[in-house]
Design a protein around this ligand. Structure first.
Ligand code: NAD
Length: 243
């Protein structure tokens, strides 16, 4: 099948489906100018004193808190970013009653900004931050405007509600993602290298025969796709059914 035939199949499957779940990662937001980790311009190809996995780990956060926040503010926060065609297409599919959930590894809040309501954020969100001493919630602006280690009025450190390496995922979110994927008649996976676990393992819960994989580069799970589109995630926007 050539690329245009594949798009036609995707269009047809979306048209026929009433329970689509989308599972995505950093590649969904690169067209919003947020770099991914492992893509060609990803963060992992840039050079730092420590590897990004190290800096974004719980133990580094605990032991090098100031360095963590310097990197975090510089490389993880994109307050100007706007939803792109893929985010908007998924919101539209939800509105049409077709997309039942967006399961995302992203922490940028762009699916909600596009209008999606049912968004399961496996790795949390930069938009939510909490004082680790008194539990007071803070928005993104507080982190952006702070210098050094962001502190609550009570003196506690304000920690982003983002899942760091070595930290566990929120069990309720994970279980709901499993439930949605298990019940889906079509699973669209896109913009993810499928290397970060346990998130990547969620694909195993899908039981249908319409597993679509849209990614710019190869993944270790390409062989499992019923339909493999090697290209940008914005393909989704081209395959929406007419209202
Ligand atoms: P990843 O960086 O490991 O992989 C991204 C994948 O997307 C790559 O395979 C790349 O080829 C592909 N890609 C890039 N642009 C694309 C496009 N326009 N269309 C289609 N495919 C595209 O990302 P991951 O698998 O999500 O894992 C990285 C972890 O980093 C996640 O856990 C996530 O929490 C975090 N992260 C989040 C953001 C964000 O919130 N926007 C950004 C960077 C990293």
């Amino acid at each position: 099948m050539d690329a245009s035939e594949k798009k036609e199949v995707l269009r047809q499957w979306i048209k026929e489906s009433g329970n689509i779940v989308f599972f995505g990662g950093a590649g969904v937001s690169t067209e919003s100018n947020i770099p991914d980790f492992r893509g060609v311009d990803g963060l992992y190809r840039q050079k730092y004193k420590y590897r990004p996995e190290t800096i974004l780990s719980h133990s580094f956060y605990e032991t090098h808190t100031e360095e963590f926040f310097a990197f975090y503010r510089d490389k993880m926060l994109f307050p100007e970013a706007q939803p792109n065609a893929a985010h908007l297409a998924l919101a539209r599919l939800e509105e049409q009653g077709k997309c039942k959930a967006v399961v995302t590894q992203n922490i940028d809040g762009l699916h909600q900004a596009a209008g999606s309501k049912k968004v399961l954020e496996l790795h949390g969100s930069v938009l939510r931050n909490t004082c680790s001493r008194c539990g007071r919630p803070y928005g993104l602006q507080t982190i952006l405007e702070s210098e050094g280690i962001p502190r609550c009025e009570c003196g506690g450190v304000i920690k982003p509600d983002v899942v760091l390496y070595e930290e566990g995922l929120d069990q309720e979110t994970l279980q709901e993602a499993v439930r949605c994927i298990r019940e889906a008649d079509m699973l669209i996976v896109g913009g993810t290298s499928l290397t970060v676990y346990p998130a990547a393992g969620l694909i195993d819960y899908y039981r249908g025969r319409r597993l679509v994989l849209i990614n710019k580069s190869e993944t270790g799970m390409d062989g499992r796709a019923d339909l493999l589109l090697n290209g940008p995630i914005s393909i989704l926007a081209e395959c929406l059914p007419k209202a």
